[in-house]
Ligand binder design. Sequence first.
Ligand code: ADP
Ligand code: MG
Length: 690
Amino acid sequence: MRPDCLNPLFAEIESLDGVGPKLKKPLERLGLSRVRDVLYHLPERFVTRRVVADLDDGQVGENVVVALTVVEHRAPFNPGRGPYRVMAQDAKGNICALTYFGRASYTAKKQLPVGETRWVAGRLDQYDQTLQIVHPDHVAEKSDEAMGKMVEPIYRLAEGLTQPRIASFVEQSLARIPDLPEWIDAGTLSRENWPAWGSALASAHAGDDAKAKDRLAYDELFANALALMLVRQSNKARKGQSLQGDGSLRDKLQLPFPLTGAQTRSIAEITGDMAQASPMLRLLQGDVGAGKTVVALEAMLAAVEAGAQAAMLAPTELLARQHFETLRAMAKPTGVEIALLTGRDKGRARESILMGLIDGSIDMVIGTHAIFQDTVSYKNLGLVVIDEQHRFGVSQRLLLTQKGKVTPHTLAMTATPIPRTLTLAQYGEMEVSRLDEMPPGRQAIDTRVLPLGRLDEIAEAVGRHVSGGQQAYWVCPMVRGTESETEDLAAAEARYASLKNRFGDDVVLVHGQLAPEMKDAAMARFASGDARVLVATTVIEVGVDVPNATLMVIEQAERFGLAQLHQLRGRVGRGSEKSTCLLLRGNELSETGKRRLELMKNSQDGFELAEEDLALRGGGELLGTRQSGEEGFSIASLEQVTRLLPVAHDDAKLLVESQSGLDNATRGEAARMVLYLLERDWGVQTLRGG
Ligand code: ADP
Ligand code: MG
């Protein structure tokens, strides 16, 4: 239960003055639905103004405060068309137009009576030969009212919202801040010289205060580290089952290749954990194509040998299906019973799988989250494998392992190359095995950067490639949940149409909004080699394996992050043939965009690219994995994560492990507070249940 004193912060945003049904939508688009969210909606930047005696003293483009005397009001010739202008002059007689569009003219009429002098704050612009200020930020009768806002926060907005509106919501929210106990370790607090939580929030909204922002970022990192640590601790305390296979099934495998050293080592680490009575929580980290699937298979077989069942969870239907096919083929000589269960299976087929899981006749099940629904019971689930686990949040991971009286062992797998510094942040609750060695014989992927303008040439190259018997991916960007989502989709469909013109039925299209059946049908045609070109949005990002596809074209490559580009590129270079990746760049390329593509050209090492990505993105940007459903950070910037996380991690560890730590009423209460406040309350659940 959330501590009562936090209730005012978790009150609906409608409880603020001025928030009605009309503003609810735009606020939601900014992720603001409760008072707490408003508090953490920190300014993007601050405008600093200068008081000038007259307009000669101000620069065009500068934010100024100046005293102006109103000369006349000029309404547009056609009401409602063109701006409303208020002509005013400074002490020297220089003329400046105060320009208002739309309804804002009503305010102008009220605030700027002819003949009166007003202090006006705003950005000095030039229009034709005249100086102007468009929609002044402030108009005040006395200079000190305008001066009070010499440094003003600028917030991220959504359509229908204005800066003063948000500022008013922030002000009201700040007034509701309760007095909370300090959760930061006293030593850290005094060493860093950080303000208390409430004043840190107030300062962060009032000016560019690095200490305040660091403290708030630290809170988030600390809450996350603490929650992960509590999960880990409670998992260790849970009742698991020791699974020690005798190798009888694994011996029957007839793999067409020897395992790499890294695979053998990882398998040993995993089966070693599984032999323990306390449940395993291990992450298998390995670049695309490093061979995680066979490691998972070995672990699952070990579980079956020991008389338990194993389940593998995939983030999409597509992947579940593909894993099912791969694993069934690989495991065929062992004779284990493998089933596929997705949300789409209904009726008889589904019933029979559910029966098989209860009576134990099914040894392994592969599926989407359907395999963990309430209606699904297992005879003895011993191992859960989560593929592409970055698609699932920590809280989801927790739910999965709570099936059954005995906690199953968990093996999470990810191909997201995460910089070492960030592994802690994301997987702090797990042990890590790294597949840091690629299977032999992999050829480097020839990566080239080309301007999008050469589209015709590129389509021709695809044609040659395809008529040579090989297959190609053509990727169009698709940015989810943004205004441009529909445009992106339209672009992908248009590209599909134009390629279809050229290649006829050899082209298929796959994107996230297709009906699952159609998606599968298209994928199946491509996987079987029947279709030669797959046009896709980023749904192919994870896991798809078609070795004969050796060409990848990525449109507007600069719009993807490095890590994502790397994942995409990993779809080719899977067979014995040489592979090529063409990165098509748009015309307007930022410096970062340019650098990114350059790096892609020069490196194939996912972990190296991840480190570079981190360095490139630097301060302002948020942890890039957020959009993929990862438990990311919304307050701490990437730079703050790398700088402050080690401290937060150590402090959290100390708190959890020290005797007086969480049992100490005061510190325990404060810790609970920060977990709820920063929405890591899944950590609290294990604290209480544990
Ligand atoms: P990922 O780690 O991306 O999930 P996969 O498990 O899909 O990688 O493996 C990629 C490809 O490499 C597959 O075709 C698989 O059969 C092959 N592979 C895996 N291990 C080895 C190995 N030790 N030697 C050669 N090929 C391997
Ligand atoms: Mg995989």
